[in-house]
Design a protein around this ligand. Structure first.
Ligand code: GLA
Length: 366
Protein backbone atom coordinates (compact mmCIF):
# COMPACT_ATOMS: atom_id res chain seq x y z
CA UNK A 1 0.00 0.00 0.00
CA UNK A 2 1.39 3.43 -0.92
CA UNK A 3 2.10 6.02 1.79
CA UNK A 4 -0.86 8.12 0.61
CA UNK A 5 -3.19 5.11 0.64
CA UNK A 6 -2.04 4.26 4.18
CA UNK A 7 -2.66 7.84 5.37
CA UNK A 8 -6.11 7.82 3.76
CA UNK A 9 -7.01 4.46 5.27
CA UNK A 10 -5.92 5.47 8.75
CA UNK A 11 -7.86 8.75 8.49
CA UNK A 12 -10.95 6.72 7.60
CA UNK A 13 -10.30 4.35 10.50
CA UNK A 14 -9.97 7.30 12.88
CA UNK A 15 -13.24 8.76 11.72
CA UNK A 16 -15.05 5.42 11.92
CA UNK A 17 -13.79 4.81 15.47
CA UNK A 18 -13.92 8.28 17.02
CA UNK A 19 -16.85 9.63 14.99
CA UNK A 20 -14.98 12.72 13.85
CA UNK A 21 -12.29 13.41 11.23
CA UNK A 22 -8.62 13.55 12.34
CA UNK A 23 -6.64 16.77 12.04
CA UNK A 24 -3.46 15.16 10.66
CA UNK A 25 -2.77 11.81 9.00
CA UNK A 26 0.71 10.59 8.12
CA UNK A 27 2.84 7.46 7.88
CA UNK A 28 6.34 6.04 8.26
CA UNK A 29 7.87 3.02 6.55
CA UNK A 30 9.55 -0.05 7.97
CA UNK A 31 13.14 -0.87 7.07
CA UNK A 32 15.27 -3.82 6.10
CA UNK A 33 18.92 -3.80 7.05
CA UNK A 34 21.25 -4.96 4.29
CA UNK A 35 24.56 -5.03 6.21
CA UNK A 36 25.93 -3.98 9.61
CA UNK A 37 23.97 -5.72 12.39
CA UNK A 38 24.34 -4.76 16.07
CA UNK A 39 26.98 -2.28 14.95
CA UNK A 40 24.82 0.78 15.65
CA UNK A 41 25.07 0.85 19.46
CA UNK A 42 28.78 0.22 18.96
CA UNK A 43 29.26 3.41 16.94
CA UNK A 44 29.69 1.51 13.67
CA UNK A 45 28.27 1.67 10.16
CA UNK A 46 24.94 0.35 8.94
CA UNK A 47 23.31 0.00 5.54
CA UNK A 48 19.53 -0.14 5.93
CA UNK A 49 16.80 0.53 3.38
CA UNK A 50 13.37 2.01 4.15
CA UNK A 51 10.68 -0.21 2.67
CA UNK A 52 8.19 0.81 0.03
CA UNK A 53 4.62 -0.17 0.79
CA UNK A 54 5.12 -1.52 4.33
CA UNK A 55 4.72 0.84 7.25
CA UNK A 56 2.61 2.43 9.93
CA UNK A 57 -0.13 5.01 9.34
CA UNK A 58 -1.12 7.42 12.11
CA UNK A 59 -4.10 9.79 12.30
CA UNK A 60 -4.28 12.23 15.18
CA UNK A 61 -6.67 14.83 16.53
CA UNK A 62 -7.08 16.85 19.72
CA UNK A 63 -9.64 16.22 22.42
CA UNK A 64 -11.86 15.38 24.06
CA UNK A 65 -10.41 15.20 27.58
CA UNK A 66 -7.38 17.22 28.77
CA UNK A 67 -4.42 15.05 29.78
CA UNK A 68 -5.86 11.88 28.25
CA UNK A 69 -4.57 9.99 25.21
CA UNK A 70 -6.66 7.33 23.52
CA UNK A 71 -4.84 5.14 21.02
CA UNK A 72 -6.84 2.88 18.74
CA UNK A 73 -5.19 0.21 16.60
CA UNK A 74 -7.36 -0.58 13.61
CA UNK A 75 -5.03 -3.46 12.82
CA UNK A 76 -5.50 -5.16 16.18
CA UNK A 77 -9.00 -3.82 16.89
CA UNK A 78 -7.85 -2.70 20.28
CA UNK A 79 -7.90 0.65 22.08
CA UNK A 80 -5.89 1.79 25.10
CA UNK A 81 -6.48 4.95 27.13
CA UNK A 82 -3.57 6.50 29.00
CA UNK A 83 -2.84 9.67 30.94
CA UNK A 84 -0.09 11.75 29.33
CA UNK A 85 1.84 11.83 32.63
CA UNK A 86 1.87 8.03 33.00
CA UNK A 87 5.00 5.89 32.89
CA UNK A 88 5.55 2.97 30.53
CA UNK A 89 3.47 -0.06 31.40
CA UNK A 90 4.65 -2.77 28.99
CA UNK A 91 1.69 -2.13 26.66
CA UNK A 92 1.71 -1.42 22.91
CA UNK A 93 0.45 2.11 23.58
CA UNK A 94 3.77 2.85 25.37
CA UNK A 95 5.28 3.67 21.95
CA UNK A 96 2.49 6.16 21.22
CA UNK A 97 2.49 7.63 24.71
CA UNK A 98 6.29 7.98 24.81
CA UNK A 99 6.34 9.69 21.42
CA UNK A 100 3.59 12.15 22.35
CA UNK A 101 5.22 12.91 25.68
CA UNK A 102 8.47 13.59 23.88
CA UNK A 103 7.07 16.22 21.54
CA UNK A 104 3.83 17.51 23.03
CA UNK A 105 3.33 16.56 26.67
CA UNK A 106 2.15 20.05 27.67
CA UNK A 107 -0.14 20.27 24.62
CA UNK A 108 -1.81 16.94 25.33
CA UNK A 109 -2.15 17.90 29.01
CA UNK A 110 -4.15 20.88 27.79
CA UNK A 111 -6.19 19.44 24.91
CA UNK A 112 -6.09 15.64 25.12
CA UNK A 113 -5.35 13.60 22.00
CA UNK A 114 -6.77 10.71 20.04
CA UNK A 115 -4.77 8.53 17.70
CA UNK A 116 -5.67 5.79 15.26
CA UNK A 117 -3.04 3.54 13.79
CA UNK A 118 -2.78 0.96 11.06
CA UNK A 119 0.30 -1.16 10.50
CA UNK A 120 1.08 -3.18 7.42
CA UNK A 121 4.39 -4.28 8.97
CA UNK A 122 4.37 -7.70 10.57
CA UNK A 123 5.48 -7.53 14.22
CA UNK A 124 8.56 -9.51 15.12
CA UNK A 125 9.88 -9.64 11.56
CA UNK A 126 12.93 -7.51 12.32
CA UNK A 127 11.61 -4.75 10.05
CA UNK A 128 11.35 -1.97 12.66
CA UNK A 129 7.64 -1.90 13.35
CA UNK A 130 8.26 -0.06 16.63
CA UNK A 131 10.54 2.58 15.07
CA UNK A 132 7.95 3.16 12.33
CA UNK A 133 5.26 3.60 14.98
CA UNK A 134 7.37 6.09 16.95
CA UNK A 135 8.45 8.08 13.91
CA UNK A 136 4.90 8.24 12.53
CA UNK A 137 3.60 9.40 15.95
CA UNK A 138 6.32 12.04 16.20
CA UNK A 139 5.61 13.24 12.66
CA UNK A 140 1.89 13.44 13.33
CA UNK A 141 2.19 15.13 16.74
CA UNK A 142 4.85 17.62 15.65
CA UNK A 143 2.62 18.68 12.75
CA UNK A 144 -0.57 18.85 14.81
CA UNK A 145 0.98 20.80 17.68
CA UNK A 146 3.19 22.89 15.37
CA UNK A 147 6.51 21.83 16.79
CA UNK A 148 8.56 21.48 13.58
CA UNK A 149 11.45 19.03 13.66
CA UNK A 150 13.91 17.83 11.05
CA UNK A 151 13.93 14.17 9.99
CA UNK A 152 17.21 13.70 11.91
CA UNK A 153 15.70 15.29 15.05
CA UNK A 154 12.74 12.94 14.80
CA UNK A 155 15.09 9.95 14.53
CA UNK A 156 17.10 11.06 17.57
CA UNK A 157 13.94 11.65 19.59
CA UNK A 158 12.39 8.34 18.54
CA UNK A 159 15.49 6.51 19.73
CA UNK A 160 15.33 8.39 23.02
CA UNK A 161 11.71 7.25 23.43
CA UNK A 162 12.78 3.66 22.84
CA UNK A 163 15.80 3.86 25.20
CA UNK A 164 14.40 6.09 27.92
CA UNK A 165 10.67 5.37 27.96
CA UNK A 166 10.08 1.90 26.50
CA UNK A 167 13.35 0.66 28.00
CA UNK A 168 14.88 -1.04 24.95
CA UNK A 169 18.64 -0.28 24.73
CA UNK A 170 18.71 -0.11 20.92
CA UNK A 171 20.97 1.95 18.66
CA UNK A 172 19.74 4.58 16.22
CA UNK A 173 19.71 2.62 12.97
CA UNK A 174 15.99 1.84 12.81
CA UNK A 175 14.65 5.25 13.72
CA UNK A 176 17.16 6.91 11.39
CA UNK A 177 16.36 4.64 8.42
CA UNK A 178 12.64 5.09 8.97
CA UNK A 179 12.74 8.86 9.45
CA UNK A 180 15.51 9.92 7.07
CA UNK A 181 15.62 7.11 4.51
CA UNK A 182 13.75 7.22 1.23
CA UNK A 183 11.67 4.08 0.63
CA UNK A 184 13.37 1.72 -1.78
CA UNK A 185 16.79 3.39 -1.46
CA UNK A 186 19.66 2.07 0.68
CA UNK A 187 21.07 4.54 3.21
CA UNK A 188 24.63 4.40 4.52
CA UNK A 189 24.86 5.72 8.08
CA UNK A 190 27.83 6.21 10.35
CA UNK A 191 26.03 5.86 13.66
CA UNK A 192 28.75 7.65 15.58
CA UNK A 193 28.77 10.88 13.58
CA UNK A 194 25.29 10.50 12.04
CA UNK A 195 26.90 11.26 8.68
CA UNK A 196 24.74 9.61 6.08
CA UNK A 197 24.26 9.31 2.35
CA UNK A 198 21.95 7.45 0.01
CA UNK A 199 23.55 4.43 -1.62
CA UNK A 200 22.92 3.40 -5.24
CA UNK A 201 20.84 0.35 -6.18
CA UNK A 202 22.33 -2.67 -7.94
CA UNK A 203 20.97 -2.60 -11.48
CA UNK A 204 19.36 -5.87 -12.53
CA UNK A 205 18.95 -7.10 -8.96
CA UNK A 206 16.37 -6.92 -6.19
CA UNK A 207 16.49 -7.31 -2.46
CA UNK A 208 13.80 -9.80 -1.48
CA UNK A 209 12.66 -9.80 2.15
CA UNK A 210 11.31 -13.13 3.39
CA UNK A 211 9.77 -13.62 6.83
CA UNK A 212 11.04 -16.89 8.27
CA UNK A 213 7.82 -17.35 10.20
CA UNK A 214 9.74 -17.22 13.50
CA UNK A 215 8.76 -14.09 15.37
CA UNK A 216 11.49 -12.43 17.40
CA UNK A 217 10.95 -10.48 20.61
CA UNK A 218 13.75 -8.06 21.34
CA UNK A 219 12.66 -6.93 24.75
CA UNK A 220 13.46 -10.41 26.01
CA UNK A 221 16.95 -10.77 27.39
CA UNK A 222 18.95 -11.54 24.26
CA UNK A 223 19.36 -8.05 22.85
CA UNK A 224 20.27 -6.43 26.18
CA UNK A 225 22.72 -9.27 26.84
CA UNK A 226 24.50 -8.52 23.57
CA UNK A 227 24.64 -4.80 24.43
CA UNK A 228 26.18 -5.70 27.81
CA UNK A 229 28.67 -8.13 26.24
CA UNK A 230 29.84 -5.45 23.81
CA UNK A 231 30.28 -3.01 26.71
CA UNK A 232 32.26 -5.65 28.63
CA UNK A 233 34.49 -6.23 25.58
CA UNK A 234 35.14 -2.45 25.38
CA UNK A 235 36.14 -2.38 29.06
CA UNK A 236 38.47 -5.32 28.65
CA UNK A 237 40.05 -3.82 25.53
CA UNK A 238 40.29 -0.31 26.95
CA UNK A 239 38.30 1.33 24.13
CA UNK A 240 35.25 3.56 24.30
CA UNK A 241 33.38 1.78 21.52
CA UNK A 242 34.06 -1.33 19.46
CA UNK A 243 34.03 0.87 16.35
CA UNK A 244 37.33 2.30 17.64
CA UNK A 245 38.80 -0.98 16.38
CA UNK A 246 39.21 -2.08 12.78
CA UNK A 247 39.92 -5.42 11.15
CA UNK A 248 43.66 -4.76 11.64
CA UNK A 249 43.02 -4.98 15.39
CA UNK A 250 41.44 -8.44 15.37
CA UNK A 251 44.55 -10.01 16.93
CA UNK A 252 43.95 -7.83 20.00
CA UNK A 253 40.83 -9.88 20.74
CA UNK A 254 42.69 -13.05 21.67
CA UNK A 255 43.04 -11.98 25.32
CA UNK A 256 39.26 -11.79 25.75
CA UNK A 257 37.06 -14.60 26.99
CA UNK A 258 35.93 -16.78 24.05
CA UNK A 259 32.40 -15.32 24.17
CA UNK A 260 33.55 -11.68 24.21
CA UNK A 261 36.09 -12.44 21.50
CA UNK A 262 33.32 -13.74 19.24
CA UNK A 263 31.00 -10.81 20.01
CA UNK A 264 33.69 -8.21 19.33
CA UNK A 265 34.82 -9.97 16.15
CA UNK A 266 31.29 -9.86 14.79
CA UNK A 267 30.91 -6.14 15.46
CA UNK A 268 34.31 -5.23 14.02
CA UNK A 269 33.89 -7.34 10.89
CA UNK A 270 30.24 -6.41 10.28
CA UNK A 271 31.13 -2.73 10.63
CA UNK A 272 33.74 -3.30 7.90
CA UNK A 273 31.22 -5.24 5.81
CA UNK A 274 28.75 -2.32 5.89
CA UNK A 275 31.55 -0.03 4.65
CA UNK A 276 32.64 -2.53 1.98
CA UNK A 277 28.99 -2.95 1.03
CA UNK A 278 28.69 0.74 0.26
CA UNK A 279 31.75 0.47 -2.01
CA UNK A 280 30.24 -2.60 -3.74
CA UNK A 281 26.99 -0.72 -4.36
CA UNK A 282 28.90 2.23 -5.77
CA UNK A 283 30.84 -0.14 -8.06
CA UNK A 284 27.66 -1.96 -9.10
CA UNK A 285 29.36 -5.16 -7.91
CA UNK A 286 26.52 -7.55 -7.05
CA UNK A 287 28.72 -10.64 -6.46
CA UNK A 288 30.89 -8.70 -3.98
CA UNK A 289 27.81 -7.40 -2.14
CA UNK A 290 26.32 -10.90 -2.07
CA UNK A 291 29.49 -12.37 -0.55
CA UNK A 292 29.38 -9.74 2.19
CA UNK A 293 25.80 -10.81 2.96
CA UNK A 294 26.85 -14.46 3.15
CA UNK A 295 29.79 -13.62 5.43
CA UNK A 296 27.56 -11.41 7.57
CA UNK A 297 25.08 -14.22 8.14
CA UNK A 298 27.89 -16.59 9.14
CA UNK A 299 29.15 -13.97 11.59
CA UNK A 300 25.64 -13.47 13.03
CA UNK A 301 25.35 -17.24 13.42
CA UNK A 302 28.80 -18.22 14.69
CA UNK A 303 30.15 -15.11 16.44
CA UNK A 304 27.18 -13.05 17.57
CA UNK A 305 24.90 -16.10 17.94
CA UNK A 306 21.67 -14.32 17.09
CA UNK A 307 20.30 -16.60 14.37
CA UNK A 308 17.86 -19.49 14.72
CA UNK A 309 17.80 -22.78 12.76
CA UNK A 310 14.95 -21.50 10.56
CA UNK A 311 16.81 -18.36 9.41
CA UNK A 312 20.04 -20.36 9.00
CA UNK A 313 18.21 -22.82 6.74
CA UNK A 314 16.43 -20.05 4.83
CA UNK A 315 19.65 -18.09 4.24
CA UNK A 316 21.45 -21.24 3.07
CA UNK A 317 18.65 -22.49 0.83
CA UNK A 318 18.15 -19.01 -0.67
CA UNK A 319 21.41 -19.55 -2.55
CA UNK A 320 20.05 -22.78 -4.07
CA UNK A 321 16.85 -20.99 -5.05
CA UNK A 322 18.66 -18.41 -7.20
CA UNK A 323 19.82 -15.73 -4.72
CA UNK A 324 23.42 -14.55 -4.89
CA UNK A 325 23.57 -13.84 -1.16
CA UNK A 326 21.27 -13.87 1.86
CA UNK A 327 21.35 -13.08 5.56
CA UNK A 328 19.13 -12.69 8.60
CA UNK A 329 18.21 -9.02 9.02
CA UNK A 330 17.34 -7.01 12.13
CA UNK A 331 17.77 -7.55 15.84
CA UNK A 332 17.92 -11.32 15.69
CA UNK A 333 16.54 -14.61 16.94
CA UNK A 334 14.26 -15.04 13.96
CA UNK A 335 12.37 -12.56 11.86
CA UNK A 336 13.20 -11.96 8.24
CA UNK A 337 15.98 -12.92 5.85
CA UNK A 338 17.00 -10.55 3.06
CA UNK A 339 18.29 -12.01 -0.19
CA UNK A 340 19.96 -10.41 -3.19
CA UNK A 341 18.30 -11.91 -6.25
CA UNK A 342 18.89 -11.23 -9.96
CA UNK A 343 15.70 -9.83 -11.56
CA UNK A 344 15.33 -12.91 -13.75
CA UNK A 345 15.18 -15.22 -10.70
CA UNK A 346 12.82 -13.19 -8.49
CA UNK A 347 9.58 -15.01 -9.37
CA UNK A 348 11.00 -18.54 -9.16
CA UNK A 349 12.90 -17.59 -5.98
CA UNK A 350 9.69 -16.62 -4.20
CA UNK A 351 7.94 -19.79 -5.34
CA UNK A 352 10.82 -22.04 -4.31
CA UNK A 353 11.10 -20.43 -0.87
CA UNK A 354 7.44 -20.78 -0.03
CA UNK A 355 7.27 -24.33 -1.42
CA UNK A 356 10.22 -25.43 0.75
CA UNK A 357 9.35 -23.33 3.85
CA UNK A 358 5.57 -23.33 4.33
CA UNK A 359 5.80 -20.81 7.21
CA UNK A 360 7.89 -18.36 5.17
CA UNK A 361 6.36 -15.43 3.34
CA UNK A 362 7.80 -12.94 0.83
CA UNK A 363 7.13 -9.54 2.40
CA UNK A 364 8.86 -7.12 0.06
CA UNK A 365 10.76 -6.98 -3.20
CA UNK A 366 12.71 -3.74 -3.57
C1 GLA B 1 17.30 -3.72 16.41
C2 GLA B 1 17.67 -2.40 17.07
C3 GLA B 1 18.70 -1.64 16.23
C4 GLA B 1 19.88 -2.51 15.85
C5 GLA B 1 19.39 -3.84 15.29
C6 GLA B 1 20.53 -4.80 15.05
O1 GLA B 1 16.61 -3.51 15.22
O2 GLA B 1 16.54 -1.60 17.24
O3 GLA B 1 19.13 -0.49 16.92
O4 GLA B 1 20.74 -2.70 16.93
O5 GLA B 1 18.47 -4.48 16.15
O6 GLA B 1 21.38 -4.33 14.07
Amino acid sequence: MSDEALSTRVADAYEAYFGTAPEVATSAPGRVNLLGEHTDYNGGAVLPMALRGLGVGIAIGRGPEPGVLTAYSDTFHDAETRRIDESAAGRWSDYVLGSLKSVAEADVAETGARIALITTLPMGAGLSSSAALEVACLRAASTLFQRPMSAVDIAVRARAVENGFVGMPCGIMDQFAVSVGKPGEALFLDTRTLEHAPAPALPGHRFVVVHSGVSHQLTEDGYATRVAECAAACDALGVEMLSDLGTDDLDRLTGLSPVLERRARHVITDNQRARDGLAALKNGDAPAFAQLMIDSHASERDDFEITVPETDALAAMALEFGALGARQTGGGWGGAVVALVPDANVATFGEAVTARFPDARVLAIT
